[in-house]
Design a protein around this ligand. Structure first.
Ligand code: WTA
Length: 635
């Protein structure tokens, strides 16, 4: 793939062109890919109704672009390097030819098992090459993949399966993470017992070979599915706007919503961003540490790298197993050139001590990326100096599940970097800051709500099964704008710094969780009458979860209660949603209209007792003193 911006002049020219004539700009980007029929029109957008379409009438299959297209020149090139959890176990490598054959074989197996275009297939799998194979096999035959992070609970899995009425579920027998083995198949059975009648078949990949429950006639082994299947598979030719996948993410209210991305626009945008943002050079090894269960894994473990013919590294384990030098050992072993991770991992490894980075040859690293949450200055410098040796630029990339790909980021070696700043928008991206009334805040040195005023190819198309929710969530706050839910600052030179969410979404270790989801799970506890949850500054996780609960009956053992509350959170959401602090209160500060004043709760959680603001308008101002006093007693 060519069309790489490689100088600051290029950046400015591209940016200008992308604004002056977006259709021409995006048409030329799209021509870097193989289409079986060219589009009739580049874009059609209506931000009022939340409708956005790209490359209308164009036909393609993304797997032709990820796989077939590379076979002629680089079939022996490594597509996937898989690094197992156990460092003593052998690395697996799949060339583009092998990946192509495996995808085709599994795709044929899916077709033979009744899966076709438009069917939803759910994945609940650890970081194995088979997850990539399965996902691409769906894309090959036009089935819509819906990957659920394997750390979510059975209840969360069931909700997602039902919401998308998935026909098939693909999982592993066990998931290995650090010293733990997680019985994935048992969790699947538990989820399916929660009313997932839509699932006809379950395909199980044998990862550990441990014993698992089995339902005859419903469960099939992965190897039985591919048995006897051809290694060529005619791709389903898709319309640009046919859905490629659904990925659930949390919002301010209700249950997680299924963000829908479509074939054409998502392909163009992830291919374009991978190529430019990482300044990818042929032959490089790219390692994005995100789990495929999140958007970062979709776009920058799988699609972006493969669209560009890169080698993508897949790691099964965790950063601290067997010890906190694991990431650096892997970088050294595979001569990783592009390393992309989350601030929470950087902070955890920084806290583990510099001795873990010392002595590892990290000289192959050319670019360091971060994503998912604001990176603090200390972590930025540590990353830059200890991992990047002061040479590899740190690119702080801002984007969202809904944007499909990176939106605001420095370009390594081209634009400057500044700690904590995601910096400049990519060509094609038009961010603006607005005040609460939606008035644009012009000029530099400004702070406001971050919106995007023009569509880009991988903008969210809809929330699965409920378009009104999509319109409401992203396009209704400020008419004519896409609202990100984030607050940002623009410095004197026009660089953006992302401050954080302004809605009721908490970003815990880079994972988005809605306070409503957490509260609903806590309220399942028999002794909880009402709860309110806020995020607060946490040294490693970025944000921690602070829960305020009103009890039905007083308890003598608070520790036991906290444990039970966390059990509910693990049961209904997953271990990532465990509360860091719980405070028992006799009431919650409410406005006269009954709204919980979360701002106050956030301040108490952070022990910031100055400027509590005007509390006289509260329904129950006396509660504030109780909360403040109790907060002072917390560690
Ligand atoms: C936050 C992850 C600061 C932000 C790709 C956004 C960031 C949410 C950054 C999306 C960054 C993402 N600096 N904050 N570089 N990148 N965020 O959907 O609040 O899991 O709205 O997508 O993460 O999270 P999501």
């Amino acid at each position: 793939m060519k069309l790489q911006i490689n100088s600051i002049t290029d950046y400015h020219t591209s940016y200008r062109e992308s604004i002056e004539d977006p259709a021409a700009f995006w048409a030329s980007q799209a021509r870097a890919f193989q289409w079986t029929k060219e589009w009739d029109a580049v874009l059609e957008s209506d931000f009022t109704g939340g409708y956005n379409r790209w490359y209308m009438g164009g036909h393609l299959n993304i797997t032709i672009n990820c796989l077939d297209r590379h076979l002629e020149e680089s079939s022996d090139k490594t597509a996937i390097v898989w690094e197992p959890n156990d460092p003593m176990q052998e690395t697996r490598k799949l060339s583009y030819r092998e990946l192509h054959s495996s995808v085709c074989q599994f795709a044929n197996g899916l077709r033979a098992n009744g899966i076709g275009k438009g069917d939803r297939v759910c994945f609940y799998m650890p970081m194995l090459p088979e997850l990539v194979i399965g996902i691409l096999a769906c894309a090959r035959i036009g089935a819509i993949h819906s990957v659920v992070f394997a750390g979510f609970s059975a209840a969360s899995l069931a909700d997602r399966i039902k919401d998308a009425s998935c026909k098939m579920l693909i999982c592993a027998d066990y998931n290995i993470r650090g010293p733990k083995q997680i019985p994935v198949k048992s969790l699947v059975d538990e989820a399916l017992s929660l009313g997932c009648e839509c699932i006809e078949k379950v395909i199980v990949y044998r990862n550990t070979g441990g014993g698992i429950p089995w339902v005859n006639g419903r469960d099939y082994w992965w190897y039985d599915i591919i048995e006897g299947q051809a290694e060529e598979c005619t791709p389903e030719i898709m319309d640009s706007e046919d859905p490629l996948f659904i990925l659930y993410t949390s919002g301010s209210t209700g249950k997680p919503k299924g963000v829908v991305h479509t074939c054409g626009g998502y392909m163009v945008y992830t291919g374009y961003t991978f190529n430019n943002v990482f300044q990818f050079q042929p032959g490089e090894i790219h390692w994005c540490t995100a789990d495929i269960g999140w958007i970062t894994g979709h776009s920058y473990v799988i699609y972006g790298p493969l669209l560009n013919g890169a080698t993508t590294l897949l790691f099964e384990g965790i950063p601290t197993y067997p010890d906190p030098s694991r990431f650096w050992k892997i970088c050294e072993k595979h001569k990783v050139n592009i390393f992309y991770t989350a601030p929470t991992a950087i902070r955890a490894l920084m806290a583990a001590g510099d001795e873990h980075t010392i002595g590892h040859d990290l000289s192959a690293i050319r670019v360091l990326g971060t994503v998912g949450e604001p990176i603090n200055e200390e972590a930025w410098h540590w990353y830059n100096e200890k991992v990047g040796r002061g040479i590899a630029p740190v690119i702080d990339t801002w984007w969202q599940t809904e944007t499909g790909g990176i939106m605001i980021t420095p370009l390594p070696g081209i634009t400057d970097t500044k700690p904590c700043f995601a910096s400049y928008p990519l060509p094609g991206v038009q961010p603006i800051l607005v005040d609460v009334n939606g008035n644009e805040i012009e000029g530099n040195n400004a702070e406001g709500l971050l919106c995007i005023k023009f569509p880009w190819p991988s903008i969210i198309r809809t929330t699965y099964g409920d378009h009104e929710r999509c319109r409401q969530s992203y396009f209704s706050a400020f008419p004519g704008l896409y609202f990100t839910g984030d607050e940002a600052r623009r410095d004197e030179d026009g660089r953006y710094r992302i401050i954080g969410r302004v809605d009721d979404v908490i970003n815990v270790s880079g994972h988005r969780i809605g306070t409503a989801e957490i509260e609903n799970a806590i309220d399942e506890h028999d002794n909880v009458v009402e709860s309110a949850v806020v995020g607060y500054a946490h040294p490693i996780k970025g944000q921690g979860i602070y829960a305020y609960v009103i009890l039905l009956h007083p308890v003598s053992d608070e520790t036991a209660l906290f444990k039970e509350i966390n059990e509910k959170l693990v049961q209904y959401i997953g271990p990532i949603a465990k509360a860091d602090e719980v405070m028992i209160v006799s009431g919650l500060p409410k406005t006269r209209s009954g709204k919980i004043m979360r701002r106050l709760l956030r301040k108490a959680a952070e022990k910031d007792y100055e400027n509590l603001g005007d509390i006289s308008t509260l329904l129950n101002p006396e509660i504030v003193e109780e909360i403040v006093e109790k907060s002072k007693l917390k560690p």
